[in-house]
Design a protein around this ligand. Structure first.
Ligand code: ADP
Length: 448
């Protein structure tokens, strides 16, 4: 007979022992003494057995925790138990799917629903993920595989999937649903793979950039030791070439270090309050002599009375030197139209921005080239850039400096029409520095 404390039959030995002891003694004289003792012993044993049964019953009625919760408690509705067990996986950061023996999705956790942009549960897996390798893996008796799944379309993604068999005895939806077959864990690795590719590409690019001048220096040094040993004129020429190649490597290393420094600081916007006019004067003083040497004029707006900006003075000077130098190098013609440095009026928003634009009337670029100009080592013409001493990193540096300043960079240009690079920087409250004037100058208001 089943009781709240379990089968009462388990208590029978206690009665048995007590009754046997009692009966043995009762057959002799003074029967009531052993009978009393036997009854007391029987009562004691009976009470201990009851307490043991009560403890067991309490243990069983306590809610299970941890892995044990995945097993439905006896008598619990299996569908409800399966839902409760899988609900836990909505908290998991990785996307998870449970696939049944007929290729249907029995369950998808929250991360999977987000990754696939829909709830695939209740439908065949092929409706959400069409990858032959994945379906082949799932068709195996014990599915076990690691697969890269490429999802095509406007937002192309690369998903890494781990497939494992569902262990026997794991929670499963109740019949008539097919039994569970595989667990698929997925991760969107698009960004991580892209970053790894960029890193590999970057190392290859740097090695390539260094290889050319190093090979040139080696060749020149060998010539100096050999055929040019007795030729002072050739020696002077070769030494100049060595100096030029060394200069090229130095510029490359300086640009690389500079890029790394800016990237390291990129999450900390500069809090210094600066006078943009003074920074532009500094940049002009570096570029003007080189431009004049080549017969190229630079016409600059008057930035006095321009509002102060938040910025890093050295980085902004570097940014404007790079842009002015490019305009002179690529967009300037001796005696041709001047390179212009224009003041940009206030642009409302959060933060409020002011800026400067550098404009030339050079060859410009195609739209698809414009989109890539700020990539490291991207050049419209590698030969032209190298002949002009370029490292291919100038505009990447410009972009990162602007990002650090929480500003904006606009690039416009068309073949044969020239180029325009506009840099917008956050305005500091008037009088914050006491440096620049509070109001925008008339020229600044006029925009580019
Ligand atoms: P580089 O060291 O080659 O000048 P940058 O990153 O500064 O590297 O510029 C990348 C490329 O963008 C240049 O090689 C050049 O092809 C193109 N470019 C930059 N500025 C201009 C410009 N003002 N007019 C036309 N092309 C430009």
């Amino acid at each position: 007979m089943a009781t709240r404390f379990g089968d009462i039959g388990r208590l029978r030995p206690a009665f048995g022992v007590a009754a046997a002891v009692g009966a043995g003694f009762a057959s002799g004289r003074g029967w009531w003494i052993p009978a009393l003792l036997a009854t007391a012993a029987a009562a004691g044993l009976f009470w201990r057995a009851i307490r043991r049964e009560r403890r067991r019953a309490r243990r069983e009625s306590r809610p299970a925790t941890g892995a044990a919760s995945l097993r439905p408690a006896p008598g619990r509705d299996p569908a409800e138990a399966f839902a409760a067990a899988t609900r836990l996986f909505d908290e998991a950061p990785r996307a998870m799917l449970l696939v049944d023996s007929e290729g249907g999705v029995a369950y998808a956790n929250l991360a999977a629903r987000t990754l696939l942009e829909r709830d695939p549960a209740g439908r065949p897996l092929t409706a959400s993920l069409r990858d032959p390798a994945l379906h082949e893996a799932l068709a195996a008796a014990f599915p076990r595989a690691e697969i890269d799944i490429a999802r095509h379309g406007p937002a192309a993604r690369l998903i890494q999937a781990w497939v494992r068999p569902v262990p026997v005895g794991a929670a499963s939806p109740p019949p008539p649903a097919p039994r569970l077959k595989a667990l698929v864990v997925m991760e969107d690795v698009t960004a991580a793979r892209r970053e790894a590719e960029i890193r590999t590409e970057f190392v290859a690019n740097v090695s390539h950039e260094l290889k050319t001048p190093l090979a040139a220096i080696q060749g020149l040094a060998e010539t100096l030791q050999g055929s040019a040993r007795e030729d002072p004129e050739a020696q002077a020429r070769f030494l100049r070439l060595i100096a030029a190649q060394t200069g090229r490597m130095t510029r490359l290393v300086e640009d690389l270090l500079s890029l790394r420094r800016i990237e390291t600081d990129e999450h900390v916007p500069p809090r210094g309050v600066e006078d943009l006019g003074a920074i532009l004067d500094e940049a002009l003083s570096v570029v003007r002599p080189l431009a004049e040497e080549r017969g190229i004029r630079i016409e600059a707006d008057d930035f006095s009375g321009f509002p102060p900006i938040y910025g890093d003075r050295d980085q902004l000077a570097q940014l404007f030197v790079n842009l002015l130098d490019n305009a002179v190098k690529y967009g300037g013609k001796p005696g041709g139209p001047p390179v212009r440095l224009k003041a940009l009026g206030l642009r409302e928003g959060t933060p409020r921005l002011v800026g400067a634009a550098i404009q030339d009337r050079g060859p410009g670029f195609e739209d698809h080239e414009r989109a890539r100009l700020t990539e490291r080592f991207y050049r419209v013409s590698a030969a032209s850039s190298k002949a002009k001493g370029g490292t291919g990193l100038g505009l990447a540096i410009v972009k990162h400096i602007v990002n650090r300043h929480r500003g904006a960079l606009e690039i416009d240009g068309a073949p044969g029409k020239g180029a325009r690079f506009a840099v917008w920087l956050p305005m500091a409250p008037a009088g914050a520095a006491g440096a620049a004037g509070a109001a925008l100058g008339a020229e600044a208001r006029s925009g580019a």
